[in-house]
Design a protein around this ligand. Structure first.
Ligand SMILES: Nc1c(C(=O)O)ncn1[C@@H]1O[C@H](COP(=O)(O)O)[C@@H](O)[C@H]1O
Length: 204
């Protein structure tokens, strides 16, 4: 019987060995320690799709979007060999940055991925409040940028900010996103001010 972890490891190495044009490789990787993290990590999916990225799966057709991301469950503790393969092939598979999330008090996946994938930037997401210390606690010289607990949306935005230095069209998309955010606050503010607090609250 095929070992499902080994087959993923083999696929990662095969992808790293393939000579694919950069338009066909994912720019961003999203990894999480367990599929039970998916609700929290979904924010990264939402941010990337909001900015026009498409998820690259193993379906037949390549996404039409120029920028893509991939998603995996990888655990430092349960599948250290898969984590190693994921992080050490990341660069050769075309990734520019990784968003890595894990929960619990031993949330070691983001920092281990950061160390193994170095110098590729990794943004860590503590899935719960109690995971914050284990995600951000890195020794000097071993960098990992992290967001607050649960803030996977911001983790993905940060990653796109990094990419935007190389891809000006992403800078435009980030600015458009921010303009929308700003306009939304303006609309809410006017509505609250004009309707009054009671009426505003009742409508929510
Ligand atoms: N922190 C880690 C790591 C790791 O860091 O390697 N692997 C799994 N986990 C975390 O364990 C929690 C419970 O996982 P299960 O729900 O699968 O038991 C999840 O939040 C996951 O990120």
């Amino acid at each position: 019987m095929t070992d499902p972890v080994q087959s993923l490891i083999d696929d990662l190495h095969a992808e790293a060995d393939r000579d694919r044009p950069t338009e066909e490789t994912p720019e961003v990787g999203i990894v999480m320690g367990s599929d039970s993290d998916l609700d929290v990590m979904y924010g990264a999916y939402e941010a990337l799709t909001e900015l026009g990225f498409e998820e690259l799966t193993d379906g037949d057709d390549l996404p039409e979007a120029r920028f893509t991301f991939e998603t995996y469950v990888v655990s430092a503790h349960r599948t250290p060999d898969l984590m190693d393969a994921y992080a050490t092939t990341a660069r050769d598979r075309g990734l520019d940055a990784i968003v890595a999330g894990a929960g619990g008090k031993a949330a070691d996946l983001p920092n281990m991925v950061a160390s193994l994938a170095y110098p590729l930037p990794v943004v860590g997401v503590p899935v719960q409040e109690k995971s914050v210390d284990s995600v951000i606690g890195m020794p000097t010289g071993a960098p990992l940028v992290a967001v607050d607990a649960g803030k996977s949306f911001n983790a993905a935005l940060s990653v796109v900010q990094m990419l935007a230095r190389a891809y000006p069209e992403l800078e435009d998309r980030l600015e458009a996103y921010h303009d929308d955010l700003r306009a939304g606050v303006g609309r809410v503010s006017r509505d609250l001010h004009e309707s009054g607090t009671d009426a505003f609250r009742e409508r929510r």
